[in-house]
Ligand binder design. Structure first.
Ligand code: BGC
Length: 407
């Protein structure tokens, strides 16, 4: 039953105002005194590279979105053409990218390694699943990982060896299936709540990840921090990025590093990111990310982790929804034109409480829009609450493959 447009707009408005009430209001620094911390050694040398005439500028503005779940194939080079002259703040020049960003069609393997322990949320990543993902036509998987649950609280903040070994196994299984792999830092709740206190630990985590994957092929990608929010203001996010990038670059001089803004990686916050430069004031191997769950009242209806839980029955496709779609992608296009950075939509999807046909209709339109603009994408997710794959039948849900690969 199609609900009248007025109903859709009313529900959307209610959800919007509800979301506004839940926005990040306290963007101040952690009131707790920082503990004594040992920062990992930072090296600053990077391989010398050629400099094209590109400059980056970053502006400011912010919108908030709702809180996300706290539990729950071909490779074609994109973004090879970079605008000749784009203004960027601090007039720093960028290097030529070492290689184009190769991610094109990606699947999030959610609900596994970002649970407190893999399996806690009912799913463990298997080599068989990774082969199914590759066979369907995806070129890359994004692996959400809750590193901090497996990291010591005292310097040198060592990551548990068995956990690192498990991540290595998953990466190796993905590579054996022919997939690229994005490794992120997911659900780092203590960092969101106490950024100052957690900073050294966060940097040490990245130092260890970077060293561990230093010799990995360039189809392994680093995504610095999933969905910064709460106490992590944009200023703090920028501060963290400026500190973490030299640490990563010390061992991975040209690996693609993916960065997004706060407000859960909203499109609006991308403009707030001050693209960090390394010691040579150059870094051409960065990728901009945002997450697309618009409108939240549709994609997250009934999500138990939203406060309040959004009502079921919200339909999608009215004029206001089309405006929201156009606005989101116009912003993303403008951002790309301004910065020349490749854009990666690192999460998008609809909760499985929405009828399958409706959620894959949304998915197809969003995905085609991304591709029309030359953006890479990563569906949320394989078998979690926004699932594309039915683990019980070992089949893709009807419409999922068409939504993600169809014309
Ligand atoms: C979270 C998931 C959640 C999804 C949609 C992701 O960033 O990690 O747990 O289901 O966003 O809200």
């Amino acid at each position: 039953m199609i609900k009248p447009i007025g109903h859709i707009i009313a529900v959307a408005s209610l959800a919007f105002f509800a979301a506004c009430e839940r926005t990040e209001t306290a963007l101040t620094e952690d009131p707790e005194a920082p503990q004594q911390q040992t920062e990992p050694q930072q090296q600053t040398e990077i391989a010398p590279q050629q400099e094209p005439a590109i400059k980056i500028e970053v502006d400011t503005s912010e919108r908030q979105q709702d809180t996300p779940d706290a539990r729950t194939a071909t490779t074609t080079a994109l973004d090879t053409q970079v605008p000749q002259t784009t203004t960027i703040r601090n007039s720093a020049q960028l290097q030529a990218p070492s290689a184009p960003f190769q991610v094109r069609r990606c699947m999030n393997m959610g609900n596994a390694l970002e649970a407190p322990n893999e399996g806690d949320w009912g799913y463990r990543i298997t080599a068989q699943d990774l082969r199914s993902v590759a066979a369907a036509g995806f070129d890359t998987v994004r692996i959400p990982i809750r590193w901090d649950a497996h990291t010591a609280h005292r310097a040198p903040y060592s990551i548990d060896a068995p956990f690192m070994a498990r991540v290595n196994t998953v990466v190796r299984d993905a590579q054996s299936a022919g997939l690229g792999v994005i490794i992120d830092v997911h659900h780092y709740e203590d960092l969101m709540a106490r950024p100052t206190r957690e900073q050294a630990r966060f940097l040490a985590i990245w130092d260890q990840i970077a060293r561990n994957f230093a010799d990995a092929p360039d189809t392994v990608y680093f995504e610095v921090l999933n969905e910064p929010t709460l106490q992590l203001s944009n200023a703090q996010v920028n501060g963290l990025y400026a500190k973490v990038l030299p640490i990563i670059r010390a061992t991975n001089p040209t690996r693609k590093v993916i960065l997004g803004g706060n407000s859960w990686n909203s499109i609006e916050s991308l403009d707030e990111v001050r693209w960090p430069l390394n010691a040579n004031k150059k870094d051409a191997n960065l990728v901009a990310t945002f997450h697309d769950y618009g409108p939240h009242a549709f994609t997250h209806q009934g999500a138990e982790w939203s406060e309040p839980v959004l009502p079921l029955g919200r339909r999608w496709g009215g004029p206001a929804d089309m405006d929201e779609l156009a606005d989101t992608y116009q912003r993303a296009r403008d951002f790309k034109a301004k910065t020349g950075l490749p854009i990666f939509v690192g999460e998008f999807g609809v909760i499985d409480k929405v009828p399958t046909a409706e959620r894959f209709a949304w998915t197809k339109i969003r995905r085609k829009t991304m591709e029309a603009h030359g953006f890479s994408w990563c569906a949320w997710d394989f078998s979690g609450a926004f699932k594309s794959y039915d683990l019980s039948t070992r089949r893709w849900f009807p419409g999922a493959q068409d939504a993600l690969f169809g014309r």
